[in-house]
Design a protein around this ligand. Sequence first.
Ligand SMILES: N[C@@H](CCC[C@H](N)C(=O)O)C(=O)O
Length: 262
Amino acid sequence: MQLTFYKYQGTGNDFVMIDNRSEFFPKNNTKLVAQLCDRRFGIGGDGLILLENHPQYDFKMVYYNSDGNESSMCGNGGRCLVAFAKQMGVIENKAEFEAVDGYHYATIDAEGIVALQMKDVDTVNQYEDYTFLNTGSPHHVQLVDNLVELDIKTEGAKIRYSDLYGKAGSNVNFVYQLANDIFAVRTYERGVEDETLSCGTGVTAVAIAMHQTGKTNNNIIDLNVEGGKLKVQFDVDNGNYTNVFLIGPATFVFEGKIDLDF
Ligand SMILES: N[C@@H](CCC[C@H](N)C(=O)O)C(=O)O
C-alpha cells in the first residue's frame, strides 16, 4: 500500500502529517511510526501526527514522538496541524480541536502564523536551580550561562533520565536571558532523545517559569530557539496562567508517497 504524507515544520520542529480521517492508519504500530520518522530509512521527523475526525470539534490530533510512541501534547505539532487542516480544507482561519491534553483553540493568518491556545497552568514547582511544570507535556526549565557551547544531548539526557523524573522522564529546557522579555532556549526532547530545533510546550514552559520566578514581569515573551522565533502570551492572576497562547510560523515543506508493508 502507498501512504500519502505531508511534511511540516514549526521553527524547525518537523513532523510527518497524515490525514487519517478515513481511519486507515495502524495506530498501534510503533515500529512503523518510528520507521516513518527515521531520517535515514524513512521520511524523517521529530514526530508524526494524525489528523482525525472529531464528533464535536473541527478535528482531533494524535501525536507520536519519533521513537514511535504516542505521547503528551506537542505545541509546535499542534500549530503545524492547524496549518495542515487548512491545507486539507477542514478549517479556514480558526480551529477548535481535541488533543491528548484536551480542548485547543487556534487561529491562522494569511502568512501562516498560528496562535495556539495551550492548557491553563496553575502549578509551577520552583527549586533552587530549576523549575518544573506541565504545559501539556512535562518540562524541566534551567537557566544557564553557557547556552551556546552546552552539549544539550549529553546534559539533557542526564536530567531526563535522573531520579528527579523517574521512568516517565521529562523534556529539558536550557535557557539564557537576553533581555527583560527575551529568552534564548535549547531543548532536549523526550521521545526524540536528542536536541530538537524548537519545542512549543517547552518555550511555553520557559515563558511561564521565567514570569513565575520573577525573571520577567511581561506577559508577552519572545523566545529565540535554534530554528527561529516564537512568542508566548498569557494572562496571570495569583499564579494561575490562563489564555496562554503559543504564536509562530507553521510551514508546509513537501508532500509525497511512501510504500508501506503493514
Ligand atoms: N515538540 C513538542 C513536544 C513533544 C512532546 C515531547 N517530546 C514529550 O514526549 O513530552 C512541542 O513542540 O511541544
